[in-house]
Design a protein around this ligand. Structure first.
Ligand code: NAD
Length: 233
């Protein structure tokens, strides 16, 4: 990243949850933040990360970008593969994986100009298999692999590319399923040896920390922030 006094970040999915918290913490730190979310917000027009034309139009409104946070994502349903609607499979891949690619691709010249950083969100779901979640698992394993691929290709441009892989985080994505009775908060907490869900604040804080000194030697890493979920019991 450059030493410009005001740094610019693009935060996808910045209208809710982890992305919203990233945007809030970055603004509090003095960053200029463009939110790319299909929900739109007061300052920024709606952007659909699954639609390359929408992403490219938003990228044209910017020049240098110091940080891209790819936090847009959807969970999809909980059916086993044999019962999965192929259209939903495609949509989850289009938002979570291809959307991450679209934003990195469209912002590459802007990131290169500032020797910027990309921080993606993978998931423990891409590591530990959960029944009924194949579409999501594949999308998040793809994000982890895309992270390493981009890190490898863009290191020569001075661009670092990282990801976090959270356990369950208390955002709308999970709260909706708890309210609908599809998930039980106590059981979710018990999956984590630390016996709780993460807050969006602590995931966002880790993502922003990775973008800054002293972590400048990190690239291609997929950092687990999972309360021990992948350790087993
Ligand atoms: P959230 O539902 O609170 O926020 C997701 C945001 O993404 C919303 O504002 C939504 O409008 C936006 N979005 C969805 N589709 C979009 C599209 N096509 N274009 C632009 N924006 C779009 O969920 P969250 O928990 O904050 O999720 C953020 C990221 O973290 C997602 O990638 C999710 O898969 C990942 N994640 C979440 C958890 C968790 O337990 N909540 C765990 C691991 C990873």
């Amino acid at each position: 990243m450059t030493n410009d006094p005001i740094k610019t970040a693009v935060v996808t999915g910045g209208a809710s949850g982890i992305g919203q918290e990233c945007a809030r913490q970055l603004r509090e730190d003095g960053w200029r933040v463009a939110v790319w979310d299909r929900a739109g917000n007061g300052d920024d027009p709606a952007v659909d990360v699954a639609d390359y034309a929408s992403v490219a139009a938003a990228a044209r409104r910017l020049d240098g970008v110091d940080l891209l946070v790819n936090a847009a994502g959807i969970a999809g349903g909980r059916e086993p593969v044999a019962e999965k609607d192929p259209a939903e499979w495609a949509q989850v891949l289009a938002v979570n994986l291809t959307g991450t690619f679209h934003c990195a691709h469209a912002l590459y010249p802007h990131l290169k100009a500032r020797r910027g950083v990309v921080v993606n969100i993978a998931s423990v779901a891409g590591i530990t298999m959960m029944k009924g979640r194949a579409h999501y698992a594949v999308s998040k394993a793809g994000v982890a692999t895309l992270t390493r691929s981009l890190a490898n290709e863009w290191a020569a441009d001075g661009i670092r590319v990282l990801a976090v892989a959270p356990g369950y985080v208390k955002t709308q994505m999970i709260e909706r399923s708890i309210e609908a009775g599809e998930l039980d908060e106590g059981k979710l907490a018990a999956m984590h040896p630390l016996n709780r869900l993460a807050s969006p604040q602590e995931i966002a804080a880790a993502m922003i920390a990775l973008a800054k000194p002293p972590f400048l030697f990190m690239t291609g890493s997929v950092v687990l922030i999972d309360g021990g979920l992948t350790l087993g019991k």
